[in-house]
Design a protein around this ligand. Structure first.
Ligand code: IVH
Length: 684
């Protein structure tokens, strides 16, 4: 038998652990680090092992425990669990019909003041009755048919947001709290991601996640599911001294007892304020952290609720006002692929039109081959589609029972699309990648915009002014198909574009012209070859010395370059094997894009190997970036200040103190021509 001080100690530990629990799971504001929580928890567990009589049902150690059940025992609800009437008028003004009915039934005249309502969210989970006796959670049951439900006490105990003991000094003798067990969207996504990784079954949607978990016969499985809870009402109540007089105040009181209540609720006067609530929530529906299927309006005053009473299990004082469903059934009529900006072929299900999430949906993304395999979506299948707000509609699951006979074949992107549907280049799926990609690169129109932006970017060809909006216009009007076309643009064409004045068009033309003098490294980088970043481009330029040497390199030769492995080598080989890409490269060179080349390996160390250069002032054609890249490509280093160790200073106009210092120290000063001549000398 435990001594009194042990009893006190255990009680204090329980209270402290529950306090941290509440802070963490209900208030979302942890009060102690996890390690401290674990320490407290283990201390209590150890005490309970030593004195088993301490392991009362309200002990936080009892959240997980108990073996699997064969079936849930049935329980009769002390007070029936009612359902809510759904307002048939689904427009925002549906609230007016409800208000009119309530006023009539309460016998109110037009001149009487507005009825006070409590507006709240309609959570999409599983209804639960929690029975607290003298503040301790003793039983939990599902709604069942409203009269009789299933006892799911063990599973409900695993929901950390549900207090095992109510807070406060004098809890009612009996308090039944009713509410919804639900799963947050982020918890749902995280759980599924983990399951996918582990190769385990995933949950279909958050609602099924919540309902399925609570109706799990094995509490250990339920305990793995991240569930949450919101209270929205009461069942049997006995011995509650100062029971509140309104529904809103009841929820406030529940909060003070430590029960989670959703903060999205509002006392509304009359129909207009209900409509405002409806519209406000509708606008934010998709950014809520959990799914809702509508809002609920309740007469706020309990005495008025009692006066209104019930009709066949539905209270006259409450109504559910639903939003458009976010999931519907439809049929996959075809599976097609779309080419994205990065060349990934995204499978898309063409659906028999279905009204879901407030719009008619005819397409749903299937993401990639792995996703198709996981869901096993086939043409002809009946599927559940989901559209939550502006999110792209998705196929949630296939209704296997409705698959046609004989079963249609599995869908395989590589098989159905050996070549890109946009440009005809062949497609590949690289080892370890989820996406099937078009190898068309610069040639593929779907990839043009992205490729052009990259081509013009500062570290690539550095064409200032060739940004997003402009590239969109150029591609959409068919003025630019590949980067080579950029060099054919003229003033009249550019000045004719939206938001392009004569002056900015002229500036852009200048920038395009200046970009022609570049380096091999920049040029390679600008081509936008997959897996070839700036550093790899520099290494390749240094190693091969000329573009022709690079273009003709075998995978083995490529892998001789520092940091080039099989993946990068394959990307390069594939890129240069595509005739379209070679054509673009040739046209760029014809347009005048050039760089100092060298003969290759011998000069790979570069004419500037071991040399330090300083750049100062503005050069006539080269940008600072370009000059720096050229120096680095030739093996040199660029320093920020001049010293005795500086080998060359490359000076343009408005060169200031650095030029003076170079002259004072006797360091060789070059202008742009001299600099280009120095670089060109590396070939010979
Ligand atoms: S009140 C007397 N309030 O909707 C009214 N129910 O048919 C009893 N639900 O499955 C219910 N959110 O679980 C109420 N804020 C809310 C609710 C809500 C969701 C569910 C409830 C039940 C169904 C009502």
């Amino acid at each position: 038998m435990a001594a009194p001080e042990i009893l006190t100690r255990a009680a204090a530990l329980r209270r402290e652990i529950e306090r941290h629990n509440h802070a963490y799971y209900v208030l979302d504001a942890p009060t102690v680090p996890d390690a401290e929580y674990d320490r407290l928890f283990r201390t209590l567990q150890a005490l309970e092992v030593e004195y088993p009589e301490l392991a009362t049902p309200d002990s936080p150690t009892q959240r997980v425990g108990g073996g699997p059940l064969d079936a849930f025992p049935k329980v009769r609800h002390a007070v029936p669990m009612l359902s809510i009437r759904t307002e048939t008028d689904t427009t925002a003004t549906g609230a007016r019909a409800f208000d009119a009915r309530v006023r009539k039934e309460l016998g109110l005249a037009d001149a009487d003041p507005p009825v006070e309502y409590h507006a709240e969210l309609k959570f999409d989970g599983l209804a639960i009755n929690l029975r607290y006796e003298h503040g301790v959670l003793v039983a939990a049951a599902t709604r069942g048919d409203g009269e009789t439900g299933e006892a799911v006490t063990q599973n409900v105990r695993t929901v950390h947001a549900i207090p095992l003991r109510l807070a406060g000094e004098r809890p009612p003798a009996v308090l039944e709290v009713r509410g919804e067990v639900y799963m947050r969207r982020d918890d749902f996504e995280r759980y599924n991601a983990r399951q996918r990784e582990a190769g385990g079954p995933t949950l279909v949607n958050p609602r099924n996640g919540a309902a399925g978990s609570i109706r799990q016969l094995d509490p250990a499985v339920a305990a793995q599911r991240p569930l949450s809870f919101f209270a929205y009402g009461l069942g049997e109540v006995a011995g509650w001294d100062d029971a509140p007089a309104t529904h809103g105040a009841t929820l406030d009181a529940l909060m003070r007892l430590g029960v989670p209540v959703c903060a999205e609720r509002r006392v509304c006067r009359g129909a207009d304020e209900l409509i405002a609530f409806h519209d406000d929530v509708a606008a934010r529906r998709d950014s809520l952290p959990f799914d809702i299927d509508g809002v609920v309006y309740k007469v706020n005053r309990i005495d008025q609720q009692q006066a209104l009473g019930f009709v066949t299990r539905e209270p006259r004082w409450a109504v559910a006002h639903k939003y458009p469903a976010q999931e519907e059934l439809t049929v996959v009529e075809a599976i097609e692929v779309q080419v994205g900006r990065t060349g990934a072929l995204t499978p898309v299900a063409r659906l028999a039109p279905v009204f879901v999430g407030g719009v008619t949906v005819t397409n749903a993304t299937l993401h990639n081959q792995d996703e198709i395999d996981r869901k096993d979506v086939r043409v002809g299948d009946t599927v559940i589609v989901r559209r939550a707000g502006d999110v792209i509609p998705e196929v949630v699951t296939v209704v296997i029972d409705r698959r046609p006979h004989p079963a249609p074949p599995r869908f395989d992107i590589l098989q159905s699309h050996p070549v890109c549907p946009v440009c005809g280049s062949h497609v590949v799926r690289l080892e370890g990648e989820a996406a099937v990609r078009c190898t068309g690169g610069l040639y593929c129109p779907a990839q043009r915009k992205q490729a052009l932006l990259h081509f013009a970017s500062r570290r690539a060809m550095d064409i200032e002014g060739l940004g997003d909006k402009l590239v969109d216009q150029l591609v959409e009007r068919g003025l630019v198909a590949t980067p080579a076309d950029v060099y054919r643009l003229d003033l009249a064409t550019l000045a004719g574009l939206e938001r392009m004045a004569e002056k900015s068009a002229a500036n852009l033309l200048e920038a395009i012209k200046a970009s022609k003098a570049t380096t091999l490294a920049r040029f390679i980088f600008a081509l936008g070859i997959r897996n070839v970043g700036e550093t790899t481009a520099k290494d390749l330029a240094r190693h091969f010395g000329s573009l022709d040497a690079l273009t003709g390199a075998t995978p083995e030769a490529l892998m001789a370059v520092r940091d080039v492995g099989p993946i990068v080598a394959e990307s390069l080989v594939q890129f240069f094997a595509e005739p379209h890409n070679l054509e673009v490269v040739a046209r760029l060179r014809q347009a005048g894009v050039h760089w100092p080349e060298n003969a290759g390996q011998r000069a790979a160390a570069g004419i500037l190997a071991g040399r330090t250069l300083v750049l100062t002032g503005t050069l006539p054609t080269l940008t600072r970036e370009a000059a720096k890249a050229m120096i680095e490509a030739a093996g040199g280093k660029v320093a920020g200040s001049v010293s005795k160790k500086t080998d060359y200073v490359v000076a343009g106009t408005e060169a200031g103190s650095k030029l003076a210092k170079a002259q004072a120290l006797g360091v060789t000063v070059l202008d742009e021509d001299g600099f280009m001549a120095l670089l060109a000398s590396q070939g010979g």
